[in-house]
Design a protein around this ligand. Sequence first.
Ligand code: UDP
Ligand code: MG
Length: 313
Amino acid sequence: MLDIMSTNKISIVVPTFNEEGNVEVLYERIVRVFADLSPFDFELLYVNDGSSDSSLSKIKNLADNDLRVKYISFSRNYGHQNALKAGLDHADGDAVVSLDADLQHPPDLIPKMVELWRAGNDVVYTIRKDTNKISYFKKLTSSLFYRFVNSLSDTKLEEGTADFRLLDRKVVSVLRKYNESNLFFRGIIPTLGFKQIGIPYTPQDRFSGSTKYSFSKMVKFALTGITSSSAKPLYFSIYLGLFFAASAFMYAIYAIYISIFTDKAITGWTSIIASILFIGGVQLIMIGIIGIYLGKLFTQSKNRPNYIIEEKN
Ligand code: UDP
Ligand code: MG
């Protein structure tokens, strides 16, 4: 009896940034999905990521009328990934489903996710099928992004995965310990192990409003993805240093040859050119080494809070 009762609640975590036109529709869609999903009930947790429109008051309205609606409101905009983190930190369901507020992630997929979870999967992630609902620009940047991240890092990201997934409670409690400052859940979750399964879905049109990922946010997100799942960029300087050191060495041999076997060399030229090249190469190698250590320290020292909560219910 206790066991049945303790696996009944599913938390839906929704990062929300200026989504006043979507908040209520999403609630209605979730209510409808769960009407046919007994014995499961839901907790709908909106994480208001510093919205400047009426999202928060709409959420509060819903919460006043339905105890299953919860909210966390940040003191400012902390970004999508930190909003997700806050949601995972506060959700108390037996499984947590994260999805976007704009209904691009169809709530109708939740029953299927729940079914796979009950069948023993701990992570049910989704893979976006390409449709003409996604702009050409978004498709192109997204495919470049996945290719670039995968060429640099050791863990492979599957193209088209987004932050639309179901996580078992035990995976959520592991993720709560991840307090690094540049969170990138897509890169972290595949490395965790557990039983993971992917299902395809067709993305829908954004219901209301426009995308909250500006081009600069996308670039920032891509850089976060690369640097948080790989230290390889730090090695560039070492390779560059080695290349220059090797060229300097060869050039030095040439300079010595000129000075010994020809009379073209100006006095002092050989030693100056050789030492400049050599020192330049050595410096680049050293900067690269320092970079690696600095990168490690940087990873270690990330212990600022990821977000600040102003209010919640
Ligand atoms: N979002 C957020 N904080 C941000 C940017 C976006 O919480 O700084 C939320 C947004 O409200 C939405 C989800 O993250 O629920 C995905 O954003 P969006 O739909 O704008 O991204 P896209 O689908 O265009 O990639
Ligand atoms: Mg969207």
